[in-house]
Design a binder for this molecule. Structure first.
Ligand code: UTP
Length: 801
């Protein structure tokens, strides 16, 4: 049988590059080639090829040109089956004919006069899945100065982005070297683990690799386990017991793969690397990582590598990234450019930077998600991809659905024709307005999921799932944090779960800065005077990028309390989950109650006469007297509103109810109005007075207090109670301020286009002693910490009011 051009012979049999599978022998190959999947993909490829050959790329027409105008014009060359237009700008169009010869006739015509303009008609760009790089050999390291020099010479941002790829992508020789090392490791490891597979994943093979990136390897021991199980069973029955078997699997006789821990297996892997692989040094086992790993270096090849086991999902998500690159050729230049930008700004990569950084995988997912959200979309969602796969492409790993087509041509081409420069600019716009703390980025759905969907305990869901099919218990909820990016397959893994508040804010701030810069002419146009332009200034490290925005440099008397799902107690998460879209209003109410508690009960500030919160209490009292009780959200139970809501005698009522704070008209709080308030809660205003230096010397007073109170008499409520006692102790010293301090606080919740947070704005209204600056400085760190502690307590916060 003559081999199909998609079939290559390998050391272990054959490989079908169309279906991306290995085939062990000729009979299986014959079955495979006749099989449904191979035939389906062949047909689809032919169909896509025909579509490409039938189409031409058209530009140079006026922005108000319609699809019908173009269809009519091009009909002179043959029947037109479709016209796809650049929706935003009306600058490009793809005209698809019924027959390839029609496209050829249109291309053969030298001039196309249309509505008084000269159209440019070009062959449609082929979207081949290119793994091998073309062109000149690359040096392994590239200096940014050299790159910048080249970028300045380019004529457009598009060209600059292509140059970034050319300068950084792995060259053919580098890929060969990696392949050789994989082959060497395969040979050595097969000696010790019969039938094992060494499978590369990550940047070496995901089409986003750069010079000197790590070589990530998955050691697949499934076949070896089967081999060992068989050897054991035939050993116990005395069958096939040969000398050979014992000598060959000598290392296997030391370890039972079915019961050994990952660390034990990796220790063995480390020993093999140290003792049996020439050139390997610096071998280190990290058994405590999320995925235990053995790290190593290769001296002569100048490479760093990682070997993991139990990492089949990473191999699959690497295939997914390869597929996305193949679906749209704009993804690679975008990812390379954004990775370089993020590295320069110390936001992502394997650097030791200011706090935990985004890993490159998470950053790449953010780029793909953004492209899923362009209009028209550039990339489909993972669920849509699943529907484009054929039956034979179905894939489930560790119970996660990992189905997607294996070839890019199974996915219809995007109707989006935006150029690279625009897509980059819009990436920064998209994330500069992103409400990270309140959203989950879901590539599976291709849209943002509200955080409220993930706040409820998933115990019930797990139990229900287990009742129908007993599976190992696993959490369905990802670890929530300041940035939430769900893995497209491992749906309970937040790939940005390592980020802290600060790094999330840095990411957003840098997106804002980049977005502002992209609006300028320096981004859009090449400098005639040879100055840096376009990407060059985008890649400047943070300090060189020019002064920070005015808002950041000016001292604003503001304190922010960010929404942190992870620190909220279970009952509050459940309430917020029930509130759905109104969760911001409800959370705002809780924060306001906590803030009020800090001022009133912990710092012993007095509410001034004019504070509107007293109006609120009066209004609420009136509402109850009138029998005009506030209506609660449909999903809330009576208990949710706290004992005060039920009119418990002798207790102060909550300052702000769960339905969302309102500074004025609680008496009118009927359902429609409340629903409005819940979604767009009104700002809250307080005026407080303080007569003592409650902020001065707190640390010492606290230390003394803790020293004198033994463990058993430590107040319940931990630091909240201690802080109240600290204040009490300061007050008892009677060190009064020369004059009373009066200050105003305006609280509002932001979110939607911003990160969800409560912003508290301070204004001193009476400060003849000139102490407010000091007090504010203390509040800047004290207030968010205390409010967070109060919110994180097991009891309901409104009980404290
Ligand atoms: P990296 O974040 O190192 O990405 O993850 P990279 O593309 O290899 O970039 P370099 O190495 O920093 O240049 C490596 C691989 O690990 C898997 C993915 O397959 C990724 O491609 N991975 C990483 C996960 O599956 N989940 C994660 O949360 C992180």
């Amino acid at each position: 049988m003559e081999l199909d051009k998609d079939i290559q012979t390998t050391q272990r049999g054959f490989h079908c590059s169309l279906c991306n599978v290995n085939i062990p022998n000729r009979p299986s190959l014959e079955d495979h080639v006749k099989g449904k999947k191979h035939q389906h993909l062949k047909r689809l490829r032919a169909q896509r090829k025909a579509q490409e050959e039938n189409s031409v790329f058209v530009s140079g027409f006026k922005p108000d040109t319609s699809q019908t105008d173009l269809k009519e014009y091009f009909a002179q060359f043959g029947p037109v089956s479709d016209v796809i237009m650049d929706k935003d700008k009306g600058v490009y169009a793809i005209v698809e004919f019924s027959e390839p010869q029609n496209a050829q006739t249109a291309l053969a015509q030298l001039q196309h006069q249309f509505n008084g303009l000269q159209l440019r008609v070009k062959p449609r760009e082929r979207k081949n899945f290119k793994l091998a790089s073309r062109g000149k050999p690359k040096h392994t390291q590239i200096s940014l100065d050299k790159l910048n020099f080249e970028l300045c010479k380019a004529t457009s941002v598009n060209e600059q982005m292509q140059k970034v790829v050319e300068n950084f992508e792995l060259g053919d020789n580098e890929k060969k070297v990696r392949d050789l090392l994989v082959q060497l490791l395969q040979e050595v490891f097969t000696e010790f683990f019969p039938d094992c597979q060494i499978v590369p994943f990550g940047s070496s093979v995901n089409t986003f690799g750069i010079h000197s990136c790590d070589l990530d390897l998955f050691l697949d021991l499934e076949n070896t386990k089967a081999f060992q199980a068989h050897a054991k069973s035939s050993g116990s029955t005395g069958e096939n017991q040969s000398e050979d078997c014992h000598s060959e699997d000598s290392i296997l006789s030391d370890i039972d793969l079915s019961t050994a821990t990952p660390t034990e297996i990796l220790e063995l892997v480390a020993t093999i690397l140290r003792k049996c692989v020439p050139g390997v040094h610096k071998v280190q086992t990290l058994g405590t990582a999320r995925l235990p790993v053995v790290k190593f270096s290769h001296r002569e090849l100048n490479l760093q590598g990682d070997i993991t086991i139990n990492n089949r999902l990473a191999v699959r998500n690497t295939r997914f990234l390869q597929l996305c690159s193949g679906i749209d050729s704009r993804l690679r230049p975008l990812v390379y450019t954004i990775r370089l930008w993020a590295k320069q700004k110390q936001l992502a990569g394997n650097l030791s930077g200011p706090g935990p950084l985004l890993n490159n995988y998470a950053l790449t997912l953010l780029v793909i998600f953004y492209l899923q959200n362009r209009d028209p979309v550039v990339l489909p969602s993972v669920n849509q991809l699943k529907n484009m796969a054929c039956e034979e492409e179905e894939c489930v790993i560790e119970d996660w659905d990992c189905t997607f087509p294996c070839q890019p041509f199974s996915v219809p081409p995007s109707k989006n024709t935006e150029d690279l420069g625009t897509l980059l600019f819009e990436f920064f716009t998209f994330y500069s307005k992103f409400d990270f703390p309140a959203s989950l980025v879901s590539l599976r759905d291709g849209r943002v999921l509200p955080i409220t969907d993930f706040l409820r305990s998933d115990e019930k869901a797990v139990n229900a799932a287990e009742a129908s099919s007993p599976k190992p218990k696993r959490s369905l909820t990802p670890k929530l944090g300041p940035m939430n990016v769900l893995d497209p397959f491992e749906q309970n893994h937040n790939v940005a779960g390592n980020l802290n508040e600060r790094t999330q804010k840095n990411f957003k701030r840098e997106c804002c800065e980049a977005e502002k810069y992209c609006r300028s002419l320096q981004y859009q146009r090449k400098s005639a005077k040879g100055k840096s332009w376009g990407l060059v200034r985008l890649f400047a490290p943070p300090s060189e990028a020019g002064p920070r925005s005015k808002v950041e440099t000016e001292k604003v008397m503001e304190v922010s309390i960010p929404f942190k799902a992870a620190v909220l107690p279970e009952h509050l998460r459940a309430q917020l989950a029930s509130a759905g879209k109104g969760f911001r209003g409800l959370w705002f109410a809780k924060v306001c109650s906590a803030v009020q508690m800090v001022f009133e009960e912990i710092l012993k500030c007095s509410p001034s006469e004019e504070t509107q919160t007293s109006d609120l209490c009066q209004s609420q009292d009136k509402a109850e007297r009138d029998g005009n009780e506030m209506e609660v959200n449909n999903n809330q139970s009576a208990e949710d509103t706290g004992p005060q809501a039920k009119g418990e005698a002798g207790k102060k009522r909550p300052l702000i109810t769960e339905e969302g704070p309102s500074t004025s008209t609680v008496t009118q709080a009927k359902r429609p109005r409340l629903d409005e308030d819940v979604k767009h809660p009104k700002p809250v205003h307080w005026t407080w007075t303080q007569r003592n230096y409650v902020w001065a010397g707190r640390r010492k007073v606290r230390r003394d207090l803790l020293k004198t109170s033994d463990e058993t008499s430590k107040p319940e409520g931990g630091c909240i109670d201690i802080e109240s006692r600290v204040t009490q102790s300061i007050l008892e010293k009677e060190e009064k301020l020369q004059d009373l301090l009066e200050f105003q606080v305006d609280a509002e919740v932001v979110g939607g286009n911003e990160s969800t947070k409560v912003v508290l704005c301070f204004h001193p209204s009476h400060d003849t002693a000139g102490v407010f600056q000091d007090f504010f400085h203390f509040l800047e760190s004290f207030l968010p910490k205390m409010a967070e502690t109060i919110l994180g307590r097991a009891e309901d916060v409104t009980e404290m009011s």
